[in-house]
Structure formats: C-alpha cells, structure tokens
Design a protein around this ligand. Sequence first.
Ligand code: ADP
Ligand code: NI
Length: 218
Amino acid sequence: MNQEQQLATVKQFTVNKLANDRTGHGMDHINRVVKNAARIAIGEGYDPFLPQVAAYLHDTVDEKIVDSVTAAQNEVKGFLQKIGMTTEHVNTVMETIDNISFAHTLEGHQIQLSKTAQIVRDADWLDAIGAIGITRAIYYGGAHGEVIYDPKIKPRKKMSKQEYRNLDDETIINHFDEKLLGLKDKLFTPTARAIAEYRQQVMLDFLHEFHQEWDAKA
Ligand code: ADP
Ligand code: NI
C-alpha cells in the first residue's frame, strides 16, 4: 500500500469506530483535526503523512470513548502493522495518540513529544478554541447536564487530573477560564499559535458579549 492508500484505510478504520459518536469526537471533529494537522505540518515544513494518520486515530484509544484503552491500543497497533506501516511509523503514531490528551498535561509529567505528536496535539487543541470550540463546549455542557453559567461558582485553575474529572459543578462558561483560554499559550508550533491568535479573540469577544447580555447591559 502506498501512503495515500494507507491514509484512506486509516480513515475508514476511524469511521467504523467513531461514526456514531455523539460526545464531540465524531468524524466532523476528526476531519477538522486531520485538516489542522496537515496545515500545521506544511506550515512547519514537515511531512504531513504521519500527523494525518495520527490525527485520524487520536480519539480511537481515548478512555472516554473505549471500554479498554489497552485493548484499543493493541487493535490500532495491529491494524497499522497489517496495512504495512514500518515499525518506526507505527511507534511514532502510537506514541502520539497515547500522549496528546489534555488530561495528560495536568499530570505534571512533561515528556518530550515527537514533532508528529506536537503537531497533532496542536491540531486537536485548535479544534477546542474559536467558534468551533465555543460550539463544542456548549454541546458538551448540554450533554453532561452542566448549567450555562453561575456567577457564584468561581473558575478553578491548576486542577489535578482526578479533580478535573470529578467536577460536579462545572459550568459551560467556567470551562473557558479553566481550560480553553489557556490552550493558546501551550501550543507547541508557531503555525498553530498564529492560527490560535484569531480564534482566541473570537472567544474573548464571545465571553465579553455573553457577560454584557447576562447583566442586561447590551
Ligand atoms: P478532546 O477533544 O481533546 O478529546 P475533551 O473530550 O476533553 O477533548 O472535550 C471535548 C470537547 O468538549 C472540547 O471541545 C472541550 O473543550 C469540551 N469540554 C470538555 N469538558 C467540558 C466541560 N466540562 N464543559 C464544557 N465543555 C467541555
Ligand atoms: Ni480530539
């Protein structure tokens, strides 16, 4: 299989896994992350092939989505070997998809990520900010029974992975302060940072208008 065929096969693997996802990790998210990854890779002068492969697969081993992370990892790895990817490529893709989740960055273990992993994490995080990021936060919050906003509940920062997971009084608006507004400065690549500048302003404008209308000032 050439790389183009491998990429199409990887996409189909992901479609089979995530086509029915309603948690914000469906194929629309995946396709945007793949496009972001290609855009960032090209901007960084890096071959977009592995970033695109890893972007397709990045949510297929997520603990929020699969029952057993280990079983899912083994399945993805076996699949990549079966379609003829080199051991080096398989290892890079697996390292990428194992290490890019947001929760990992709260653990404090700063492992050195490969360029591919840096690109895919940036691509994933770009999809959590800007207009799409606003939409996904509202969608997620609604699906999880969060209230929209409560001025009495102050945003919490620097939570541990466990605390972040166990929040039971999260509000959609606090999610911006606790996570989304901080993503821009944690991006790895200059290309993603440049894209994030505009998206950050979209979120800040949205929050400003939100508070104006909340207080009936606008
Ligand atoms: P990822 O895409 O990295 O797997 P998550 O599964 O953590 O991210 O989140 C999926 C989407 O839902 C993201 O856009 C994220 O900002 C949003 N989200 C996650 N947790 C919350 C929350 N508690 N309230 C509102 N939105 C959230
Ligand atoms: Ni994702």
